[in-house]
Design a protein around this ligand. Structure first.
Ligand code: HEM
Length: 191
């Protein structure tokens, strides 16, 4: 919900959801493939804030040469996804939150992402939970935006500073204000 720092993104996303779901029912799983901007917002969040910034360490079972660097058998290899996701050589305005950069990239097409977007790693040991993660996160984020109005607590932007660790955490817990949307109050009170 760091999206409260980007009201124009929130508005565009809400429009997409309203247009498709309307105000008579809640978002459901079958809506997700028809909400491409929601996918872009989740991707952009995972690009800037990959949950496992260094993925998981791997040990080479054979010696190999990758990109001109030789790694002998038994070497521990770490991939810095956090740095790859912010590399100015492959991302335009890398530190800017711009979900539109993912528009037109074909979902699931690793070559299309040119291996520069790797929050779940790629290849044989990639995370098998990726599909489930996208469905559950899309449902949760989509519903929160569909059903509630979101605002910052004060004038200051939400602090998106990050802590150190195997998994990425926020430096300070998120504080934001939310109200049920007027147009959905009837529906929400019937739940
Ligand atoms: C946002 C949530 C998640 C993220 C960002 C994530 C990311 C990752 C990453 C980066 C790896 C390590 C790949 C590597 O470097 O070798 C991994 C491995 C794995 N993940 Fe996830 N994961 C998430 C949720 C899940 C869920 C929900 C499940 C199961 C339902 C799951 C199951 C696994 C398993 C079994 C592996 C080990 C795969 C292997 O070593 O072959 N993950 N995940």
């Amino acid at each position: 919900m760091g999206n409260v720092n980007h009201p124009q993104v929130l508005e565009k996303l809400r429009k997409e959801i309203d247009c498709h779901v309307g105000h008579g029912r809640l978002l459901r799983e079958s809506d997700i493939p028809k909400l491409p901007y929601l996918r872009c917002v989740i991707n952009e969040t995972l690009r800037l804030y990959p949950i496992a910034p260094l993925l998981l360490p791997h040990l080479s079972s054979e010696g190999c040469t990758v990109g001109g660097y030789h790694s002998p058998r038994g070497t521990t290899l770490m991939v810095n996804a956090w740095a790859t996701h912010r590399d100015p050589k492959v991302w335009d305005e890398p530190t800017r939150f711009k979900p539109e950069r993912f528009e037109g990239m074909i979902d699931g097409d690793r070559e299309g992402f040119n291996f520069k977007f790797i929050p779940f790693r790629v290849g044989r040991r990639a995370c098998p939970g990726e599909g489930m993660v996208f469905r559950t996160v899309s449902l949760a984020v989509g519903m929160l935006i569909h059903c509630f109005d979101w605002e910052r607590v004060g004038r200051e932007l939400v602090d998106m500073g990050q802590g150190f660790g195997i998994t990425l955490s926020k430096n300070r817990p998120l504080e934001a204000v939310c109200y049920p949307r007027r147009t959905l109050i009837d529906l929400l009170t019937r739940l």
